[in-house]
Design a protein around this ligand. Structure first.
Ligand code: HMG
Ligand code: MG
Length: 297
């Protein structure tokens, strides 16, 4: 049976913008975040405390966090290492996302460390974050395929998830980084995650490179998943994953779910208003199904 209600974790301000070539003005990012909240999005990745040399678009993270925290919503900030977590401590943010790739090659390109070295650095940090009462989310990249190494073994993904759960994370966000998973693969992995990790929030993060994100979300729903990372306007992509297109578009996911009678709490009209705030500053066209329909009528 399908859930009656689904939680959307909006990743537009982070995943959506991190790959944009031109710097989006900080004030526009703030208005985008507040527009997304106004549309009913209650969990959001605001930005990331990564190296501004590696990802210049996220160079204004401290200012975003200082001005955009909101008590009624879960405000998540990414941090890849000790320095990132120290930046979290000097902010008022209460929810942190760490991220590691199952694929060693991808992890080296993304974080400049092997997967093992990242885990060795992060485990004590996660413990520390939990002692300080932070909400900790772990993003698992290349859970299905890697742009450098090809297909990922399901057992490797499950093993990395197990390490995170044993380290005490509250949530696993399991990602198809380059949008290559097929629905049967999504069903298989998420069924196993659901069966094994009964006390951990499980979230699916699909990129839409091959236009399979909606199909993969439907397959994951059937596997019992009721949390999805999506990005307004279908923006997104990792600068260190060549060929990765945007995330599943929030508006298309919300439209599909609401049509299925599954409540998301998201107002599509207000979501369109939020997209309009940032659209003039983007280098790419927005061509999601719902956006096209909305702008034509
Ligand atoms: P590095 O060069 O090995 O780092 O990069 P380092 O420790 O040698 O430090 C080099 C410099 O960076 C130093 O500054 C540090 O202070 C600074 P300098 O002395 O040269 O002036 N530095 C930092 N500055 C700010 N915040 C920090 C930080 N750390 C070091 N946290 C590093 C290692 C991890 C920093 C780098 O590789 C990096 O920033 N990577 C992030 C890449 C990224 O943001 N990727 C996208 C997000 S993940 C994603 O999109 C996938 C996801 O969506 C799921 C999916 O779809 O798969 C989540
Ligand atoms: Mg992503």
């Amino acid at each position: 049976t399908l859930p009656k209600k689904v939680t959307i974790i909006e990743v537009g301000p982070r995943d959506g913008l991190q790959n944009e070539k031109l710097f989006v003005p900080t004030d526009i990012k703030k208005q985008f975040i507040s527009g997304l909240r106004n549309a009913g999005l209650k969990e959001m990745e605001l930005t990331s405390f990564v190296s501004p040399k590696w990802v210049p678009q996220m160079g204004d993270a401290a200012e975003i966090v200082a001005d955009c925290l909101d008590e009624k919503t879960k405000n998540i900030v990414l941090a890849p290492n000790r320095k990132g977590v120290d930046r979290v401590y000097s902010s008022n943010c209460q929810a942190v996302a760490v991220f590691v790739g199952v694929s060693n090659t991808f992890n080296l390109k993304n974080i400049n460390k092997t997967t093992r070295d990242s885990m060795a650095e992060l485990k004590p940090i996660i413990l520390e974050l939990k002692e300080k009462n932070y909400f900790v989310r772990a993003c698992i990249s290349t859970a299905f395929y890697c742009p450098y190494e090809g297909k990922t073994n399901e057992s490797d993904t499950l093993a990395l998830c197990r390490e995170f759960v044993e380290s005490g994370v509250d949530e696993l966000s399991v990602a198809d980084t380059i949008g290559m998973a097929a629905p049967n693969e999504a069903f298989s992995l998420f069924s196993q995650l659901k069966a094994e990790f009964t006390e951990t929030l499980l979230t699916a993060h699909f990129h839409d490179t091959r236009k399979l994100a909606l199909a993969n979300i439907f397959a994951s729903l059937q596997a019992g998943i009721d949390r999805f990372d999506t990005s307004a306007g279908g923006l997104g992509g990792c600068p260190f994953a060549p060929g990765a297109a945007g995330n599943a578009a929030t508006e298309d996911v919300v439209y599909m779910l609401e049509r299925m009678g599954i409540n998301t709490g998201v107002d599509l009209y207000k979501l369109m208003d939020a997209i309009e705030v940032v659209r003039p500053y983007l280098t790419r066209q927005i061509d999601t199904g719902y956006y096209r329909l909305h702008t034509q009528t």
